[in-house]
Design a protein around this ligand. Structure first.
Ligand SMILES: Nc1ncnc2c1ncn2[C@@H]1O[C@H](COP(=O)(O)OP(=O)(O)OP(=O)(O)O)[C@@H](O)[C@H]1O
Ligand SMILES: Cc1ncc(CO)c(N)n1
Length: 266
């Protein structure tokens, strides 16, 4: 069985972060492992509080895994602050981690800063160059590329700029635009459009976490980036179609192995 690691924050409500990542890994049939960077007190309505984990413990979690187990892919999510980023980057370089998928989580759907604004530069300088793929949503792509994005042409330009900053491949996600949910993948030479009809639901908590984890799982299973992204896009679309009206706010996506199997994506 392939072994895939998530380095991310805990979401107490189970819809995003580490919890979503591990559920997506299981649905993809890979063995999930986790390094927790921060504990959030969070539900479908918002983030109440965050406790960052000390860098020594983050480093030890990474060491514990890599000294013992072969890691087939790594997904990085919430990284909170500069010291967390330095620690993760140093350890991933030390262990020469492969198939690194970076979800540059910045602000939660409810508006909470999961990445301190002063950590944006460190994320770009230290984590982007380690990434086989980076998966910004529109607001994240705007920050990293330093431009505003209103349409698909802007998304392509942002992807070009983010590639120039050091990420091998870039997936700019269109979930935040009003039209169809079209994501654009750029590998430094060509663009691939991944289109899906927009599903009319408010329950999209953790969509970005789920997508990046599904991509990492498929890369861990040996898929090239384009194939991994295509499979993960089908998975997230099914997971949103079957999303759950749990809680009073933005409910989570549904990770159900049966759905995945029925769709022939096993
Ligand atoms: N209503 C929707 N219908 C279909 N697909 C959607 C919808 N909303 C988002 N998506 C898709 O879900 C994936 C995640 O995109 P999105 O832009 O929502 O990520 P995100 O903002 O990083 O998510 P989050 O911060 O909640 O984890 C993308 O493939 C996007 O196209
Ligand atoms: C812990 C955590 N990571 C990522 C996100 C982004 O969806 C979130 N809401 N919470």
């Amino acid at each position: 069985m392939k072994k895939v690691l998530t380095i991310a924050g805990s979401d107490s409500s189970g819809g995003a972060g580490i919890q979503a990542d591990l559920k997506a890994f299981s649905a993809q049939g890979v063995f999930g492992m986790s390094v927790i960077t921060a504990v959030t007190a969070q539900n479908t309505q918002g983030v109440l509080a965050v406790q960052d984990i000390e860098p020594e413990i983050i480093a030890k979690q990474i060491e514990a895994i890599f000294e013992d187990i072969e890691v087939d892919a790594v997904k990085i999510g919430m990284v909170s602050r500069p010291v967390t980023i330095h620690t993760i980057a140093a350890k991933l370089r030390q262990y020469q981690a492969v198939n690194v998928v970076l979800d540059p989580v910045m602000v939660s759907k409810s508006g909470y800063h999961l990445l301190q604004p002063e950590a944006q530069a460190a994320l770009v300088q230290e984590l982007l160059p380690l990434a086989a793929l980076v998966t910004p949503n529109i607001p994240e792509a705007e920050v990293i590329a330093g431009m505003s994005i209103h349409n698909l042409t802007d998304m392509e330009e942002a992807a070009r700029r983010i590639h120039r900053l050091g990420a091998a491949c870039v997936l700019v996600k269109g979930g935040h635009l009003p039209d169809d949910a079209t994501d654009i993948l750029y590998d430094g030479s060509r663009f691939e459009y991944l289109a899906a009809k927009r599903i009319a639901t408010k329950n999209t908590h953790g969509t970005g976490c789920t997508l990046s984890s599904a991509i990492a799982a498929n890369m861990g299973k040996g898929c090239a980036v384009t194939e991994a992204v295509k499979r993960a896009k089908e998975y997230i679309t099914i997971a949103i179609e079957h999303s759950l009206a749990i809680g009073k706010g933005v409910g989570p996506t549904h990770h159900f192995y049966e759905l995945y199997r029925k769709a022939g994506l096993e």
